[in-house]
Design a protein around this ligand. Structure first.
Ligand code: F6P
Length: 511
């Protein structure tokens, strides 16, 4: 049933009315169990949700909403391999990529076998590259899901990466990016990974062709040793002359593909065992998502809170604040994961929605953000829920730095909530600003795997309640088509039929 037709939705509208006077400070005074009831945990991740604009009634109504919209049945359909990506008629099985070998029977046994038959040579190749001292530089050429996941993870796990190899990520069609990277490389020391699910994406194809041309111009001849394609379209890679390939399947969405061959840069960085640990962490979260009751299910609680904020309290964005500098690409990664998945205006059957979907996600690592836009979070006119992520144990031994970092994260959450009522004017902080605090013991392959899978499932939860297809991305197509036309017009100067603004821009960039 459409979420806005359910009894729970109506009850939530009424309940949201009472939140006009909700105050976090009094909520803690009135409910001594508040922290206990709002601090769920999952494998490798603990969450403090208690500083959010929610209470036990809200949580119960949201779970009702999940039940009435068939969240559990939809989740189970995904884990049965049904084609829930209905607009592309595809199954959604990124979770299968982290399922241990030989653990499924029936229709999923064969694809699981394929997954492991592909994973083993992929990881063996990663180990070969690690052992190959001549290769000092690995360049990943890919964009969107073929860039953001591996880039975020290679950075996040830099302390687990082998020394002696540098990793570069080239995504933009802007030649400044590729030129800047090539400038510091030598052909004989470089391995290019051309990462593209479709092997048709203009940016990646353009960068790949230029990288090949550069390699040959440098005297490079052994393309098979220096270029690897990571793709579901092996034929297109072969056409480009790239014969070393690692494949995956159309049931892996681009933004969910880190666990597939697209994860090769990470596997080279942290090794086969590290990659297997990442998969194990994600699998533990998959099991939690599948088996924990809704009340104890962290991705469910987070996804439902997102719905509550977006549709009932009308918060339009979420600020993501990882208090770990290695997680500096985490916000960018989440932007694609959540906004490309749930930035939709029609339901699964193509009918226009009458309620809002994906919030805007944005952020920077703490404490940097504190010295930039946190002003607005504390005293701006919009209420923006903040999601802190902190890591208990650092991988360095400068304890004073880490204590300061953690103190800042906790203090920011506290300041947002408590405010400063006894000061007037410019020094007044109204407080009562919501935040979530996620804590992991250490940032390791296992915990990162769990964190990412948690985010994937959380996006699934809100998308499922909204009744949208979280696994297509038709909204990226129009710009691609128009760019092809404008590309020709920039070359020829033909502005016929264009609107006045576009015509002027074309003329201006030519002049
Ligand atoms: O244009 C959007 C998109 O299709 C993303 O969904 C995807 O992650 C990215 O482009 C890259 O696609 P590919 O891996 O096929 O090059």
């Amino acid at each position: 049933m459409r979420c806005d037709q359910t009894a729970a939705w109506k009850a939530l509208i009424a309940h949201a009315d009472t939140f006009k006077s909700f105050d976090l400070r009094s909520a803690f005074e009135q409910d001594l169990e508040r922290f206990q009831s709002l601090s769920p945990s999952a494998p490798h991740v603990w969450a403090d949700l208690s500083k959010n604009h929610t209470d036990t009634v809200t949580e119960a109504l949201l779970i009702e909403l999940a039940r009435q919209t068939g969240l559990e049945a939809h989740r189970d359909a995904m884990f049965r391999g049904e084609p829930i990506n209905n607009t592309e008629d595809r199954a959604v099985m990124h979770w299968l990529l982290r399922q241990p070998e030989g653990t499924l029977s029936g229709a999923l046994a064969a694809p699981l076998k394929q997954v492991h038959d592909t994973l083993k040579p992929l990881l063996a190749f990663a180990e070969q590259v690690r052992a190959h001292t001549q290769i000092t530089d690995v360049v990943n050429i890919g964009i969107g899901g073929s860039d953001l996941g591996p880039q975020m993870a290679v950075l996040a796990l830099q302390d687990f990466a082998m020394p002696g190899k540098r990793f570069h990520f080239v995504s933009n069609v802007d030649g400044h990016e590729l030129a800047g990277v090539l400038k510091v490389l030598k052909a004989e020391n470089t391995l290019f990974l051309i990462a593209s699910k479709t092997f048709t994406t203009t940016e990646t194809m353009t960068n790949a062709r230029s990288a090949l041309a550069w390699f040959r111009a440098q005297g490079g001849t052994d393309v098979a040793r220096h270029f690897v394609a990571l793709t579901t379209n092996v034929a297109a890679a072969a056409e480009m002359g790239i014969t070393t390939t690692f494949g995956f399947w159309d049931w892996v969405g681009g933004r969910y593909s880190l666990w597939s061959a697209i994860g090769l840069p990470l596997a080279i960085a942290i090794g086969a065992q590290g990659f297997r640990d990442l998969l194990a962490g994600a699998h533990a979260m998959d099991q939690h998502f599948q088996t924990a009751t809704m009340e104890n299910n962290l991705p469910v609680r987070l996804g439902l809170l997102d719905v509550w904020y977006r549709n009932f309290l009308n918060y339009t964005s979420r600020s993501v604040a990882p208090y770990h500098s290695a997680l500096r690409r985490w916000p960018a990664y989440l932007q694609q994961l959540e906004m490309e998945s749930n930035g939709k205006r029609v339901d699964r059957n193509g009918h226009a929605l009458t309620y809002d979907t994906s919030p805007v996600l944005w952020g920077e690592p703490g404490t940097n953000g504190q010295h930039a836009y946190f002003q607005m979070l504390h005293q701006g006119t919009d209420v923006v829920p903040v999601e802190f992520i902190a890591v208990k144990k650092p991988t360095h031994n400068m304890a004073d730095h880490h204590e300061l970092l953690l103190a800042n994260a906790i203090a920011q959450a506290q300041a947002l909530m408590l405010g400063q009522a006894d000061e007037g004017g410019h020094k007044h902080f109204a407080g009562n600003r919501p935040s979530t605090f996620l804590l992991v013991d250490e940032l390791s392959p296992t915990s990162l795997g769990a964190l990412i899978a948690m985010q994937e499932h959380r996006v699934f939860v809100s998308g499922s309640v909204w009744g949208i297809n979280s696994f297509d991305q038709w909204g990226v197509e129009l710009g691609k088509v128009l760019a092809k036309d404008i590309h020709v017009r920039i070359a020829t100067g033909d502005v016929d039929g264009l609107d006045a603004s576009t015509a002027a821009l074309v003329a201006r960039v030519r002049g």
